[in-house]
Design a protein around this ligand. Structure first.
Ligand SMILES: [Zn+2]
Length: 131
């Protein structure tokens, strides 16, 4: 019976929400600008020294949590303007459908996937050349 309860469509989005809230609480108290913070480092940046499209995302989230939107924009503008709303929409929809007992599998048109991937690649090239 317990295994069946865990298969309810609301469990994965609720677990993701709980993990996100726990991460937000940790990040609230952990300034990523200070060395030695217990935060994951970007593997792309670690291996290559280049910024990936999401680099600065932890600092951006820290500033958003502290209501400093201009600083969040400085850390990763595209992630703030496009990634946060898209992620919030997909997460909210996943939770909404799960709470209604339905599984949510987002479907993207080919042009939408190309837009996301192309935008991310263009953003990575731009921000590495702009440094
Ligand atoms: Zn990165």
């Amino acid at each position: 019976m317990a295994a069946r309860r865990f298969r309810h469509p609301a469990v994965p989005p609720l677990a993701a929400l709980a993990a996100g809230l726990a991460g937000a609480v940790h990040l609230w108290h952990t300034d990523p600008h200070e060395g030695g913070a217990l935060l994951p480092r970007c593997p792309v940046n670690w291996a290559t020294g280049l910024d990936c499209p999401a680099c600065g995302g932890t600092r951006m989230a820290y500033h958003l949590l502290h209501a400093d939107v201009p600083a969040a924009f400085q850390d990763n503008a595209l992630l703030l303007v496009a990634g946060v709303p898209l992620g919030a929409w997909l997460g909210a929809r996943w939770l909404w459908e799960g709470l209604r007992g339905r599984r949510y599998r987002p479907r993207f048109a080919r042009w939408q996937a190309a837009l996301v991937v192309g935008g991310a690649v263009a953003w990575a090239v731009f921000r590495n050349l702009a440094q």
